[in-house]
Design a protein around this ligand. Sequence first.
Ligand code: ACO
Length: 161
Amino acid sequence: MGKRSATAQGLRKPVTCGAILGDQRVYLLVEGRKALGVLKVGRKRLFVEAPFRRNDFADVRNAFQEIEPLCALDFYVHEKCQRAGFGHHLFDAMIQRERIFPEQMGYDRPSPKLLGFLQKHYGLCKHKPQNNNFVVFDAFWDNGSKHGSDRGSPMNLPGTC
Ligand code: ACO
């Protein structure tokens, strides 16, 4: 699945291989002995530019921030099964298990398919282009979202685009 994922994303080598996981976690969607999808997540330290909010004072100290969100690092559903809800099923299982909301995560070099997926299922679209390859959605900075302390259990969120 790691190799197939790399091919689907046009990468030279797989991002996911069973031997070197460290503190990252891999979620597999299986049917019998067949793997249908794979999703790898792990924490990454990111230096990102936060979106400017109207009631923020223009303060450059707040413009760039270091964050360490859980990130989607590799996400792939077999070509024969795409656009049938399997990716949603797998991603939902991950956010339930990780006790996180999709907007609290970072996304490593998301493909157009993943961006469409996140918009469709979780209403995520607005984000500021960053110098690294990661996407952190504006909703990450909303009250209560950054630390996720005052929210209930993960669920699908209404569209915010
Ligand atoms: N073209 C455009 N959008 C797509 C496509 C596609 N070929 N496939 C899925 N999507 C998006 C759309 O929003 C689609 O909704 P729609 O059919 O109404 O337009 C939605 O995803 C479908 O949702 P699911 O069926 O739950 O998702 P799926 O099972 O297809 O899994 C995934 C999504 C993992 C992105 C899959 O399409 C895939 O493996 N793509 C190829 C590899 C890839 O791009 N992976 C992400 C790389 S970035 C990273 O890993 C951090």
